[in-house]
Write a protein that binds this ligand. Structure first.
Ligand SMILES: NC(=O)c1ccc[n+]([C@@H]2O[C@H](COP(=O)([O-])OP(=O)(O)OC[C@H]3O[C@@H](n4cnc5c(N)ncnc54)[C@H](OP(=O)(O)O)[C@@H]3O)[C@@H](O)[C@H]2O)c1
Length: 251
């Protein structure tokens, strides 16, 4: 993708990986629009930063999506990059007698339908632009699941598959389609503890490695894989799938 002079919309830009990506692209001379539900975060992050804008969006609310895409068409008709990064994660225990599907449904609504609906809303604009790119954040749990996060891992496996088809269908338009598949990163995705977990990769280190890969166009098949992704990404191909699954799912 082109690394400067873009107009970029990033969902989930109010914290974690999305915020760090927004700041990295902004510092490289891109106009960046971040979205999220927390208006106070949008205000705080964009304050005093011309060219960095915040727009409210709740991916589980269809009206909010319609409002956002109309605002984008009006205010940023030159939009050429969409980064579908917002996502949520919840543990689920399906072995208990009272397992309900409400968490699974919210994950599917946010992580899957949110990406599809936003892509459908923005694709007509992106198709008309030179240097159009769609990048979505899956997870390296798309390749080997952690069984205590069943719907979350499956939602990311869905994205991994869906993005391959999207990439193929848009190859001649052209719209470049990239996939970010982060390893375990220090954000508050699963709560405050994750942000200080020493086993997780610091978010700035993750995003800095991603930006290097993007700058060097080191993303075979459109997959932006950092060094820490490789173990899980290639587990099946290298005959380590069962062992990797067992290590990740002890007990
Ligand atoms: N951190 C990791 O270890 C890791 C690993 C692999 C993949 N990922 C993926 O990376 C992406 C970013 O997560 P993160 O780790 O940076 O966690 P995070 O700090 O919790 O960020 C999640 C972002 O998604 C937004 N969001 C959540 N629900 C939303 C909704 N209904 N509507 C609109 N926005 C919503 C949040 O904004 P508001 O709360 O303001 O709405 C927030 O900006 C996710 O897709 C996640 O699955 C993370």
């Amino acid at each position: 993708m082109k690394m400067t002079g873009n107009t970029i919309l990033i969902t989930g830009g109010t914290s974690g990986i999305g915020r760090a990506l927004a700041e990295a692209f902004y510092s490289r001379g891109n106009r960046v629009i971040i979205t999220g539900r927390r208006q106070s975060r949008l205000d705080e992050i964009t304050a005093g930063q011309p060219g960095l804008s915040g727009m409210p969006l709740d991916l589980t609310d269809p009206a909010s999506l319609v409002r956002l895409s109309a605002d984008i068409r009006m205010r940023f008709p030159e939009l050429n990059v969409f980064i579908a990064n917002a996502g949520i994660s919840r543990a689920e225990d399906m072995s208990t007698g009272n397992w309900k599907t409400s968490d699974a449904e919210t994950i599917i609504e946010t992580n899957i339908l949110g990406v599809l609906r936003m892509t459908a809303a923005l694709l007509p604009m992106l198709k008309g632009q030179p240097n159009a790119t769609i990048m979505a954040t899956s997870s390296n749990l798309a390749f080997v699941p952690r069984a205590d996060f069943p719907t979350y891992c499956a939602s990311k496996a869905f994205l991994h598959s869906w993005l391959q088809s999207l990439r193929h269908q848009l190859r001649n338009v052209p719209v470049e389609v990239l996939e970010l598949a982060p390893p375990y990163v220090q954000t508050e995705l699963t709560g405050a503890q994750q942000a200080i977990d020493p086993r997780a990769m610091p978010v700035d280190a993750y995003v800095s490695e991603v930006m290097q890969l993007l700058e060097r166009e080191q993303h075979l098949r459109g997959e932006v894989l950092v060094e820490r992704d490789r173990d899980r990404r290639w587990a099946e191909r290298e005959g380590r799938y069962e062992a990797t699954f067992a290590t990740m799912n002890l007990g």
